[in-house]
Design a binder for this molecule. Sequence first.
Ligand code: UD1
Ligand code: CA
Length: 467
Amino acid sequence: MKKTVGAAILAAGQGTRLKLSLPKPLAPALGLTLVDYSVNALLDFFKENELEGEITAVTGHMRERVEGHLTARYGATENIRFAVQKKQLGTADALRSYFFENPKSKELDYTIVMCADTPLIRESDLSILLTELENAEINGVAATFIAGNPKGYGRIVRGDQGFHIVEEKDASIDIRNIKEVNSGLYIFKTDFVLEHLDKVDCKNKSGEFYLTDLFQDHFAVHPVLFESAETFVGVNTLEQLEFVSEKLRIEKNGLLREAGVRFLDSKSAYIDWDVQIGEGTVVYPNVIAEGNTVIGPGVKLGAGSIVTNSKVESGVEVKAYSVLEECHIKADAAVGPFARLRPKSVVGEESKIGNFVEIKNTVLQRGVKISHLSYVGDAEIGEETNIGCGFITCNYDGANKHKTIIGKNTFIGSDSQTVAPVTIGDNCFVASSSTITNPMKNGAFAISRGKQVTKDGMAKRFLKTKK
Ligand code: UD1
Ligand code: CA
């Protein structure tokens, strides 16, 4: 039978030192929030170890926001529960709230305690702890590491009889000199926690209920020393938030590289954690890919391009300094350089969007060309239609937006405008410099511009010379 495990993510804290208007678990890091990384690590851990797991976030400060976020992100797929800790009386009290609000968690084999602000912990770290707990047949394990500067951490005091943890405030000078510290990540047998948790008191310098009191010399518990201190970095300050974001970025780019993405300079690439990029895609310097973005295989992301919440299919070329937001670029299309694709734009297969072209809420079918200096908004353009330089859909009348529809295989001459709402059919020809205000049937030709008047020899009347 599968082992069962309950994970309590301690997320009630305020995190005032971060100086964000957000609760700390929702501090942003590489497109996710801090607590998402804890949840992801746990979900991976359950899967990898074939455990039947559930996750409970212990919330307090700004709990509506934290719970709202987790429900929105995981609600439909993963069962994430919440336990409210009304007053922050300490980490042992937080775990009491967890069992109190979710009594079924008392029946699970194991209990994991993790913080919401340690985004670099991975499934593999949790697996190391579980292996030790099971192989040594003990009741609890605490992940520890050697801190260059142990200030603020609980110290690991190892002796002949076992080990225990002393919080900084309660530590003698000798104990403060110990560099091995408590990471705050634990796995326990649930029965053991239930036996001892109620006995934890608050007779210490902080007056808090310390979860670390579950580690006593005469208990069957082990510290598990990890080599890398970085894994357990907790985010308390903006400096630490930047530090972990940078580590996450390097990790993400490394994962992409392993999957066959080629970076010219990954140090300059900012790819959000959830962004997917296919094999054979090349990322030029200073690319930013954000949010819910999916980029196919064999794509070129040119220098300085910014892609947000968009889908870019295989073989697309995004040329330098193009900005794509909430749009869909279909296979083998080309965009840019210096193109701006605004929300709800679809660029059809093999279409070409050139420099200084802005597109908004527009669907382009296959093979459309808009090569230079145009604005196309609220429009539909059919297959293989060619839009000349300097075309504008006049879509806004000062109060409302209107639609422009252009059929397939149509030619729109340079420096033309359509005054929406207006429809142009298939196989039409609009002469250069025309302003189209009336609909055109399939196959129609339209020209609307002042007639040219030429007077031989008359230019000298207008040419000015400097006095
Ligand atoms: C705790 C450990 C310490 C360890 C350190 C690692 C205790 C007593 N000490 O210290 O040994 O070195 O973590 O970072 O556990 N929280 C709640 N409710 C509370 C108190 C805290 O949810 O009542 C949450 C916080 O939001 C945070 C986590 O628990 O996510 C840790 O709390 P924090 O106050 O930062 O613990 P420390 O005192 O730093
Ligand atoms: Ca004109």
